[in-house]
Ligand binder design. Structure first.
Ligand SMILES: N[C@@H](CCC(=O)N[C@@H](CS)C(=O)NCC(=O)O)C(=O)O
Length: 211
């Protein structure tokens, strides 16, 4: 079997790349990494050498190309049958997919106004108004998941799942910008940041050349 290859963008900024990278790590699947510097004149051309969508992340499994963070996480969950990456309970799994899809397709205010930068702590004079509804909705989701499905562990559905991968860049943003959170959300942020793979990504981002 060919070794998996994940093409990712600059670790400081590439929120989409972080998600499937974490899923692969959490699944314990070995993979090689191709890192492309974002925000450079040749970024688009370099990504297009690998990815038909012109975006990272991209997973290569031999001849097979899988692009888009959520599709890659789904594929990794299928490969990693020994380590379940979705909740086993059908209702929990349905909600995990719903919140993952909601994250994947929304939260533009949070994304645009509090961009991911895992290498810094940034104090803003005040939080951007455009991000506030998203911050409230994220906490609503986290509180709901933790109270209904979280009994078996510290993550949204108890054991770590793709839903935690999808929210990982939100966790780092809330931490980077020191956003005040309710108790359940703060505890979740701390648990998500403590995951060794998350620490590994953040350390690599801090060590890399600033680009
Ligand atoms: N919907 C895509 C979004 C991917 C995306 O926007 N990736 C950004 C980096 S985080 C990118 O490739 N930017 C490079 C460019 O647009 O030139 C996914 O979920 O993977």
């Amino acid at each position: 079997m060919a070794r998996l290859v994940l093409v990712v963008g600059t670790k400081r900024y590439s929120s989409w790349s972080l998600r499937p990278w974490l899923a692969l790590k959490q699944a314990g699947l070995p993979f090689d990494e191709v890192l492309i510097a974002l925000r450079q004149p040749d970024t688009k051309a370099r990504i297009l050498e690998h990815s038909p969508s012109g975006k990272v992340p991209l997973l290569k499994d031999g001849e097979l190309l899988v692009w888009d963070s959520l599709a890659i996480c789904e594929y990794v969950a299928e490969l990693a049958c020994a380590v379940p990456l979705w909740p086993e309970n059908r209702s929990a799994r349905a909600v995990a997919r719903a919140v993952s899809a909601e994250m994947h397709s929304g939260f533009m205010g949070l994304r645009q106004h509090l961009p991911m930068d895992v290498a810094q702590s940034i104090t803003l004079p005040e939080l951007p108004a455009e991000a506030l509804p998203d911050i409230a909705r994220v906490q609503e989701i986290w509180n709901d998941c933790r109270s209904r499905f979280g009994a078996g562990g510290d993550f949204l559905f108890g054991r770590w799942s793709v839903a935690d991968a999808m929210f990982a860049p939100v966790v780092t943003r809330l931490h980077t910008y020191g956003v005040p959170l309710n108790g359940v959300s703060q505890a979740y942020v701390e648990a998500a940041l403590a995951v060794p793979a998350m620490q590994e990504w953040i350390e690599a981002a801090k060590l890399a050349d600033p680009v």
